[in-house]
Each structure stands twice: as C-alpha cells, then as structure tokens.
Design a protein around this ligand. Structure first.
Ligand SMILES: O=C1C[C@@](O)(C(=O)O)C[C@@H](O)[C@@H]1O
Length: 216
C-alpha cells in the first residue's frame, strides 16, 4: 500500500514554509490546489514541484466537498489540461465533469460525504469505464456494516479488474481501519495526514508508517 500525504497550502507563503523533510516517508504527495487563489496556481505549481523534487505529486482540485468552490466545467477542463502535463497524476471528478477528455495520467475520483452508497459497484464501474488507470472512491459510513460493505465491494472489484489501481476508503471514525488495512481488501493507496487532515478520519503519516511496518 502506498501512502499519499496531502498538502493544502492557502498561499505561496505557506508553500515556502512547508517543512518537506517531514514528508520523506510519503510515497506520493497530493497537492490540494483548491485551497489556493486561482490567480496563484501557476506559480504555486512551480513552487510545489521545487519543494518536493524527488516525490511523485498528484494535482487535485477538489470541488465536491466545498459549496464555495464554484468552478465552471470549462474552467475545470482547462485546469486539467494545464496541470496534467506538470504533475505525475491529476485527480479528475469524472462523474461530475463527464465531458472532459481524460489525460493518460488521470486518476478519477468520486466522494460521497454522507454515505457509502448502495450502488458503489456501479460507481466504480462507471469510473473504470472512463479508461483511467486509477480509480478512487471515498465515502462516509453510517454504521459498521457500511465499512465492511466498502471493503467487500472493493475486493470484488479489484479482483475483477486486476490491471486497475483501485483506491477506496471509508472516512470518519468508523472508517479508520480502512486507512491501514488497504492491502487486505484490494485498495492500493491510503491517505495520511501531516498536521491538518484533508478528510475526516485520516491518520497521521507517522502512525500509518508504524502500522505498515507491523503488517509487512
Ligand atoms: O480523495 C481523497 C481522499 C480523501 O478524501 C480521504 O478521505 O483521505 C482525502 C483527499 O485529500 C483526497 O483527494
């Protein structure tokens, strides 16, 4: 299981202040660009790359969880085109922006902040049908059986699509175990935090590293 650590800088100054040595154990860095003013994104992209010269970086402009992130489909598509060539992977909310032309390094994602939907297999199938090589789902369980269902459906889907990199997690307190047990149910990556979390239930990078050492 690869460990992804999100960074969520709100300004160029915050990028400059990042203590990047602390991120050494991360296999991948996720730059959550949606916290930055749009006008600073180009410069910020250069600065983020300079801060993490040796690590693979995912560019993510999340719109699903923020009512205030209002972006037109055209502007979102422009962002995807512009930054897909700059970073290792680019997160694309494909079910929301379905008209988009996916770049080769797209990682398609869908989030449900209220539930683990009963049609999770359909959601995964739709995302896989986009042709992306990496498919990610994060949902909010309401009960323990939701967590088990996410794990069961993930395992089933990963076995049916062995060439796909599948990434799933249950958010919140109930879902914490999915963040350390990814390998055992067919999810390839887990997201861990450094300081502030970018989603409820994320464990710290330090804790995930420890747990991974015990499991391996
Ligand atoms: O898609 C994900 C997963 C995530 O929502 C999580 O639950 O850890 C955190 C986000 O930063 C990332 O883009």
């Amino acid at each position: 299981m690869k460990i992804v650590v999100p960074i969520m800088p709100k300004s160029l100054a915050e990028i400059a202040e990042l203590d990047t040595i602390q991120y050494a154990a991360a296999d991948l860095i996720e730059w959550r660009a949606d916290f930055m003013p749009m006008a600073d994104l180009e410069q910020a992209a250069r600065d983020v790359k300079a801060q993490f010269p040796k690590q693979e970086i995912i560019f993510t402009y999340r719109t699903e969880d923020k009512a205030e992130t209002i972006i037109s489909a055209e502007d979102y598509a422009t962002l995807v085109q512009q930054f897909s060539t700059v970073f290792t992977y680019i997160d694309v909310e494909i079910l929301k922006f379905s008209a988009i032309t996916l770049p080769d390094n797209a990682l398609v994602s869908y989030h449900d902040f209220t539930q683990i939907p009963l049609n999770l297999p359909d959601i995964l199938s739709k995302m896989a049908a986009s042709g992306a090589k990496i498919v990610k789902f994060a949902g909010m369980p309401q009960k323990q059986s939701d967590v088990l269902r996410l794990m069961t459906e993930t395992l089933r889907f990963s076995e049916a699509h062995p060439n796909l990199t599948l990434v799933t997690m249950a958010m919140g307190e109930l879902g914490k175990m999915t963040r350390v047990a990814s390998d055992s149910f067919g999810s390839s990556w887990t997201f861990a935090s450094m300081g502030a979390t970018s989603a409820p239930g994320q464990l710290s990078l330090e804790d995930v590293v420890k747990i991974r050492e015990i499991f391996q």
